[in-house]
Design a protein around this ligand. Structure first.
Ligand code: HSE
Length: 437
């Protein structure tokens, strides 16, 4: 059996893991793929590292462009990341008729429409299981396993760094900065953790999932993105008292008016399995009309978990390599000429439940003023906690949960509430999802 030849761009953590797992499980992977999968060339700026990891088993080069033009390479694995040179390399590889396997969520969320179009025109595959939730085969599940369903919504913990930070804040009562520092010391968070903590990484992933679920073009620029850097430990404690946990969720929902596409800290009932996904783990719930809810749980990062997805894609591409391009699984789950123009909704039009925390002066009529504003905006209250003011203090916390309502109504109510003389400072607003049917 003629081996299929792979050119690997980047031999950092995931590239190293891919090399190791391919080698360790070589025999079984060949039995699955039908032919050996062989890394024949590795491009990395760090030639010494590449030599060390590969142990002289393949050619090493500093020039990634030579790999995407190498006539002997059948599949290019792009593990460089980012949207600069990685984009150029991927498009070049496609133009040269090579299949691409990538873990690059930013690249696909931002330029996927262009990349998949180029791949379609050229009759090559771009596989990206590792781009969403690392080792969890969620792309395959949504694209293929759930193909019978009209998918209603997806909600996922799709960033391990922030889930680790939130778990530490809750379990140890840490504030955000201390928990972030711990995440960095343990190697979860990058030295520059902005994409993780500000929700951008999760937004890349939920953008990809929304396209797979609903058959819409990738629209990262329309995603609403809020991270956890301004989350107060107080709110984690109040949520707990009310029977909820706070998780950074990527959420996408089909509604009559369009598609919700959002990332933000979210209260979820503590009894939900998703609420109990702790540490750096990832988990995603997909609600289909036929199957109901399905849950996918696993490691969303790390050398071998991510390699697991990269190699599954290599096996898939190897199996389909000789198939008629028209009869392969479409990149975004739906046939490319069948994508629909279902627009991501502006946040004002999103409907969900809310957690509101405000500082109020303990004065007669304060609660009545606040609830009147909510009633005027047709917002119904679900639960309230009001503490007695601490000794010597005139103000206290008032925490309310609302039933489902429109975000614009909540914005209007918050503006009015903040104008009340009995209210001090700003209202803290978090969104709440029951994640039931
Ligand atoms: N930085 C991501 C996370 C993993 O913390 O989950 C890669 O997307």
């Amino acid at each position: 059996m003629k081996p299929i030849n792979v050119g690997l761009l980047g031999i950092g953590t995931v590239g190293g893991g891919t090399f190791t797992v391919l080698k360790r499980n070589e025999e079984e992977i060949t039995r699955r793929a039908g032919r050996p999968i062989r890394i024949t060339v590795v491009a990395d700026k760090n030639v010494e590292l590449a030599k060390k990891v590969t142990g002289g088993a393949c050619r090493i080069t500093e020039d990634a462009f030579s790999v995407v033009s190498d006539p002997d390479v059948d599949i290019v694995v792009e593990l460089i990341g980012g949207t600069g040179v990685a984009k150029e390399l991927v498009l070049k590889a496609i133009a040269n008729g090579k299949h691409v396997v990538t873990a690059n969520k930013a690249l696909l969320a931002m330029y996927g429409n262009e990349i998949f179009k180029a791949a379609q025109d050229k009759g090559v595959m771009v596989a990206f299981e590792a781009a969403v939730a690392g080792g969890i085969p969620i792309v395959k599940a949504v694209r293929e396993g759930l193909a019978a369903n009209r998918i209603e919504w997806i909600a996922g913990i799709i960033n391990g760094t922030t889930n680790f930070i939130l778990s530490e804040m809750r379990d140890k009562g840490l504030d955000f900065n201390t928990a972030l520092q711990q995440a960095q010391e343990l190697g979860y968070a990058e030295a520059d953790p902005t994409f993780d903590i500000e929700g951008v990484d999760a937004a890349h992933k939920i953008t990809i999932l929304a396209s797979l679920a609903f058959g819409i073009p990738l629209q990262f620029d329309k995603a609403h993105i809020e991270g956890i850097s301004r989350l107060d430990a107080t709110d984690i404690q109040y949520a707990e008292q009310l029977g909820y946990r706070i998780k950074l969720l990527g959420i996408t929902k089909r509604t009559n008016g369009g598609v919700e596409l959002r990332v933000h800290p979210t209260l979820i009932p503590e009894k939900r399995l998703l609420a109990n996904v702790d540490g750096a783990m990832n988990a995603i719930v997909v609600q289909g009309d036929a199957v109901g809810p399905t849950l996918y749980y696993g490691k969303g990062a790390g050398a071998e978990p991510t390699a697991s997805s990269i190699i599954a894609d290599l096996v898939d591409v190897t199996r389909m390599h000789t198939a008629d391009p028209e009869n392969r699984v479409p990149h975004l789950a739906f046939q490319p000429n069948q994508l629909v123009d279902l627009k991501p909704l502006p946040m004002d039009e999103v409907q969900t439940c809310y957690y509101l925390r405000l500082r109020v002066f303990d004065k007669q009529g304060a609660l009545a003023d606040i609830t009147r504003i909510l009633a005027d905006e047709q917002i119904s209250i679900d639960a309230v906690i009001q503490k007695e003011p601490a000794a010597g203090e005139a103000q206290t916390d008032l925490v309310m949960l609302t039933h489902k309502t429109l975000e614009k109504r909540v914005n209007a109510a918050i503006a009015k509430i903040e104008g009340l003389p009995v209210v001090a400072g700003q209202v803290t607003r978090l969104r709440l999802e029951e994640l039931g049917k």
